[in-house]
Write a protein that binds this ligand. Structure first.
Ligand code: NDP
Ligand code: OXD
Length: 311
């Protein structure tokens, strides 16, 4: 029996033409319908930040693929069907980019690059005493698909690392703590705190003044996960007071970061425009196409989101 081609609806908030061309190449037998020209039903949806109306207008039969790692935007849609699996991108080339971004931030702080840049501006030759690496511990909140690769990159440079996730465990020789006590311990030990948690009802606005002030004086914060994890005014206050030495921020409560936001010109803040890990279209499309093929063969696909947990 020959199977009829699958119907796919595609709604990608950016680079729509690139996604469409890549999916047409990877799934030549599929009927791909691009938003807003969608049928009343389809087998699969491939989406990134789709409009609410998509799922109201088109019933999805088999799976919804999120064209990104974080599913917070998708799960917040009131129209998202609850009886269809949501499958997210797993790594797809993002983990190594995260490792690069974190390594850059860590080395910039540990090798005191900003202080040397200042000395150069003043034409002053000022060698500084080398910081003790064994005391420069990196705390990583969120040791999932992306976090594990970050851990490996930092360990390859011999930085001490401690992780925190929902479940207790280890990655290589790095201890991953859990629970409120575990979090307190990670904060107490961390010279630099890296956020790589999903944004869920548990983690939203989690990093407030109370938690951030448990970091040692002079600690650094790196947020490459989602802006709403951090209470921005609390972070700014701790930077202003000198409790925190710096914040390297790739994600924000409001994106694009408003022109008048204090982060732009704060001397202790580095801003990047949500680029710590770009979504690589071809790698992502290959991953999604392989999972569609698995589902069509009756096999399970990995990366299914636990909607009740929010990630
Ligand atoms: P994973 O789901 O693989 O990992 C999530 C990690 O967070 C796991 O270690 C999980 O613990 C932990 N976690 C979740 N909830 C809690 C909680 N309440 N308390 C403690 N730990 C918790 O996600 P990824 O590594 O693939 O991605 C992480 C996030 O990175 C994404 O959700 C997205 O928001 C962000 N991201 C940002 C990008 C950017 O460009 N800035 C690009 C890509 C992703 P456990 O393992 O025990 O479940
Ligand atoms: C993602 C992102 O979650 O790009 O994939 O932010």
């Amino acid at each position: 029996m020959t199977r009829s081609p699958v119907d796919v609806v595609l709604a990608a908030a950016s680079q729509a033409d690139r996604w469409e061309a890549a999916f047409r190449r990877a799934l030549p037998d599929a009927r791909i319908h691009c938003w807003p020209d969608v049928p009343s039903a389809a087998d699969y949806a491939f989406v990134w930040k789709p409009p609410e109306a998509l799922f109201a207008r088109c019933a999805i039969r088999r799976a919804i693929f999120n064209l990104g790692a974080g599913v917070d935007a998708l799960l917040s849609l009131g129209t998202l069907p609850r009886d269809v699996p949501v499958i997210r991108l797993e790594d797809a080339g993002m983990a190594m980019q995260m490792a690069e971004y974190v390594t850059l931030a860590v080395l910039r702080a540990f090798r005191e690059q900003d202080a040397y840049a200042q000395s150069q501006r003043e034409a002053r030759w000022v060698p500084r005493r080398r910081l003790d690496k064994s005391a420069f511990r990196i705390g990583l909140l969120g040791v999932g698909v992306l976090g594990r690769v970050v851990v490996k990159a930092l360990r390859a440079l011999d930085f001490p690392v401690v992780g925190w996730s929902r479940s207790l465990g280890s990655v290589d020789d790095v201890l991953v703590l859990a629970g409120d006590d575990g979090l307190r311990e990670v904060l107490r030990q961390s010279q630099m705190l890296v956020l790589l948690l999903p944004c869920t009802t548990q983690t939203r606005r989690m990093l407030d003044r109370r938690l951030l002030s448990q970091l040692p004086r002079g600690a650094h914060v790196v947020n490459i996960a989602r802006g709403p994890l951090v209470v921005e005014d609390d972070l700014l206050a701790l930077l202003d007071e000198g409790h925190l030495a710096s914040a390297t921020l790739d994600v924000f409560e409001e994106e694009p970061l408003p022109a008048a936001h204090r982060f732009w010109h704060h001397p202790r803040v580095v801003v990047t425009p949500h680029v710590s890990a770009a979504t690589l279209v071809d790698v992502s499309v290959a991953q999604v196409a392989a999972k569609v093929a698995a589902i069509e063969r009756g096999e399970a696909a990995s990366g299914v989101v636990d909607v009740s947990r929010g990630y």
